[in-house]
Design a protein around this ligand. Structure first.
Ligand code: FAD
Length: 531
């Protein structure tokens, strides 16, 4: 490796979803920013968000009500201060998006005024979701991507995987100096020195066999931060979206919660509704309750799927509100306006992550984590719908504010040791990686899924330890590849998830175990501290 593979940037942002891009655009007027994206720039969970962004825009709504709803959905263990911080900064952060050119749907009131059309989703007691039809994420992400590409101070490195963070004193996690990154095109590891690093790598839902997430969601940021010495929290809380399309030709296609917000019913194969048997809020109960009810009905009836039915609403209403979903389903021969649609739950959102303060700062000086990779305290034991894009925006703002204030005091970054590849060679056994991938995702689905037991979790942990040993040997001896990097990270995150789940001796929110079916009176976040 030669000196030309060592780069410098003021701020390195790892991830180009809504969290990473919003921070980058706020920093770029003042600093040189490098954004790393391990796939195409717009590829990430952000692009696929359908429902929208929660913020109080209606006079009959209030920040107190947004806070209250979030606390209820979080099942008693949200950090109230964080919830208040996010809800009270929601409006100006969403307004910032509007100022960047993002278009949200509007409607004309009876008095002839134009106002934002707000939808309602599970757990929200008011209509407070701003949206762009049913493709909000695409509208937000592509607007921010276009602005980032055009900005002279933003330098984009697409198809680069961050491998590991570089610290000033790895034995005693101190300050961040940069990261080793793998250039996928050239298949070489490069070094990026930076005064500040922002992890915006998204969640880890790909640890499960069935997920609504894109391929990039492999928990890389959580694993890198943990290896670097950061604490993590609440990784037992994996949200399963209740309504992922069940169809052999459509993997990962989500049927937004807004369908239920607009009146869709959940039905058994015989056409009868079942949510009234489970919760007085019926289809608008929080996601964990709905997902468990579907899982229970499927197991009880031995059915492959349940059904979501909005066909009782007028055709035009459905086509206008859900044009993307309508069009996609038509390509599969399913007509949303005429028939119930087959659905199953799938892993959707990682509520826990790297512990950060209100500025998005982790335990390591000048290392930030924002968006789904982080644990801010907002979601508690269950994320309320449409709060996550909001969390990305609020922490994109607060982290950028803090970086702008503090970066001048950070010392120059010294030249860093190069990545050492002298003892590794090309792998001749890719099949080992493929096999481990499938094995991990399948047993996580079976043993760490919607309903858990201590025995299953212990079984999962034993398998994880075996995989970790194999992967460690593989990593030490062979040149890296995308699959190997992601597998190494996923197995690390899987271990943290199972350890968190084993520590929680109760059922709460998204964590439901048959061994401890009730909530405990004294509960709080599960915090893991690296040794
Ligand atoms: C189908 C779907 C629908 C959703 N709907 C909604 C909704 O309506 N409202 C809502 O609030 N939330 C919704 N969510 C959740 C929300 O979209 C995500 O929580 C949010 O977009 C996460 O944004 P992010 O910027 O943290 O990460 P992402 O958007 O996932 O971006 C992660 C970025 O990190 C990069 N990356 C990851 N690892 C590395 C690495 N090692 N090196 C370099 N780059 C890396 C990726 O390439 C990507 O650019 C939805 C999620 C899904 C999957």
């Amino acid at each position: 490796m030669n000196a030309s593979t060592q780069h410098y940037t003021d701020i390195l942002i790892i991830g180009s979803g809504v969290a990473g891009l919003s921070a980058a655009l706020r920093l770029a007027p003042f600093h040189q920013v490098t954004i790393l994206s391990k796939s195409n720039l717009s590829e990430g969970a952000s692009y696929y968000a359908q429902g929208g962004i929660a913020a109080v825009f209606d006079d009959t709504d209030s920040i107190e009500s947004h806070v209250e709803d979030t606390l209820i959905a979080g099942a008693g263990i949200c950090q109230k201060e964080a919830v208040e911080f996010i809800a009270s900064n929601a409006k100006h952060c969403v307004q910032w998006l509007i100022d960047q050119g993002v278009l949200f749907d509007t409607e004309i009131t009876e008095s002839g005024e134009t106002q934002y059309h707000l939808t309602r989703e599970g757990g929200h007691s008011h209509r407070r979701i701003l949206h762009h039809a049913d493709a909000t994420g695409k509208e937000v992400e592509t607007t921010l991507v276009d602005l980032a590409i055009a900005h002279p101070n933003i330098h984009i490195k697409e198809r680069y995987n961050a491998v590991d963070l570089i610290l000033s004193n790895p034995a005693n996690s101190s300050r961040i100096l940069g990261a080793y990154v793998w250039n996928r095109q050239k298949e070489q590891v490069e070094t990026i020195r930076a005064k500040t690093v922002v992890l915006a790598t998204g969640g880890a839902a790909k640890v499960y066999q069935y997920t609504t997430n894109p391929d990039i969601s492999s928990g890389d940021g959580i694993a890198m931060a943990w290896r670097a010495g950061c604490r993590v929290a609440n990784l037992e809380f994996n949200q399963f979206h209740p309504t992922c399309l069940f169809h052999p030709q459509a993997r990962n296609f989500l049927l937004t919660e807004a369908l239920r917000g607009e009146g869709a019913y959940l039905k058994r194969p015989d056409g009868s509704r079942f949510m009234p048997d489970y919760d007085e809020r019926c289809e608008l109960a929080p996601r964990d309750i709905v997902a468990r009810a579907i899982d229970h009905e499927m197991k009880r009836l031995g059915a492959d799927c349940m059904y979501l039915d909005i066909s009782h609403k007028p055709d035009d209403f459905i086509k206008n509100h859900f044009p993307t979903i309508y069009a996609k389903l038509m390509t599969l021969g399913l007509d949303l306006t005429k028939e119930p649609i087959p659905i199953v739950p799938a892993a959707h959102y990682t509520c826990g992550g790297v512990i950060v303060d209100k500025m998005g700062m982790t335990d390591i000086t000048n290392l930030y984590a924002i968006g789904e990779v982080s644990y801010t305290g907002l979601h508690g034991a269950n994320r309320m719908a449409s709060n996550s894009l909001l969390e990305c925006l609020v922490y994109g703002w607060s982290a950028a504010e803090n970086i702008n204030k503090t970066i001048k005091q950070i010392d120059e970054i010294p030249y860093l040791p190069e990545w050492d590849e002298s003892r590794v060679h090309n792998s001749d056994e890719q099949v080992v990686i493929q096999h481990n991938w499938h094995e991990l995702r399948l047993f996580m689905w079976d043993y760490m899924g919607i309903v858990r037991t201590t025995k299953r979790l212990e079984r999962a942990l034993r398998r994880i330890h075996l995989l970790q040993q194999e992967i460690h040997d593989y990593y030490a001896n062979f040149r890296i590849s995308n699959n190997l990097l992601e597998l190494r990270n996923l197995v690390q995150v899987a271990e943290l998830m199972v350890r968190c789940a084993l520590e929680r001796k109760e059922s709460r929110g998204l964590h439901y175990t048959l061994d401890y079916p009730d909530p405990s009176p004294n509960s709080g976040p599960t915090v893991l501290i690296p040794e």
